[in-house]
Design a protein around this ligand. Structure first.
Ligand SMILES: [Zn+2]
Length: 142
């Protein structure tokens, strides 16, 4: 596929794709998004981590008189739902790089979310709420 450079390793293949960074009132900027293709083992690991976290909180809530009737079942169910969501995540965004449309600072943005057509980011420099729109083929150089 044009615009995608794949590299594989022991921890699953990664590829780069073009995306755009936009902020309300400013012209969109081109950005590059690194995506990791999760192996079944990695997906299972993320699912197990979510399950341990939420079920650990549920176990702690057993000792809260009265509240445990609500909190324990809630955290058990939320843990199952989060684990299922993590197990379904096939592609994880590991890095977003590009200039902020508001402050123009070229930077890496923190990312660890599943790949979707668009998602929100926060610029660490100017704290603008940015929208990343991905899935587009790489733009031709100009
Ligand atoms: Zn900024």
């Amino acid at each position: 596929m044009p615009g995608r450079q794949a590299a594989s390793g022991a921890s699953g293949a990664t590829y780069e794709m073009a995306a755009s960074l936009s902020a309300f009132g400013d012209a969109p900027q081109r950005a590059s998004v690194s995506v990791r293709l999760e192996t079944p083992g990695q997906r299972l690991g993320r699912a197990a981590k979510a399950l341990v976290l939420f079920w650990g909180v549920a176990a702690g809530c057993v000792f809260l008189p009265g509240l445990h009737f609500v909190l324990v079942p809630t955290f058990v169910v939320v843990g199952l739902l989060r684990a299922a969501a993590h197990f379904r995540d096939m592609q994880i965004v590991t890095r977003v790089h590009g200039p902020c449309p508001r402050c123009s600072r070229d930077q890496d943005f923190a990312a660890a979310n599943r790949l979707s057509t668009s998602w929100a980011l926060d610029c660490p420099a100017c704290h603008t709420n940015l929208q990343v729109s991905g899935g587009a083929p790489a733009p031709s150089s100009d």
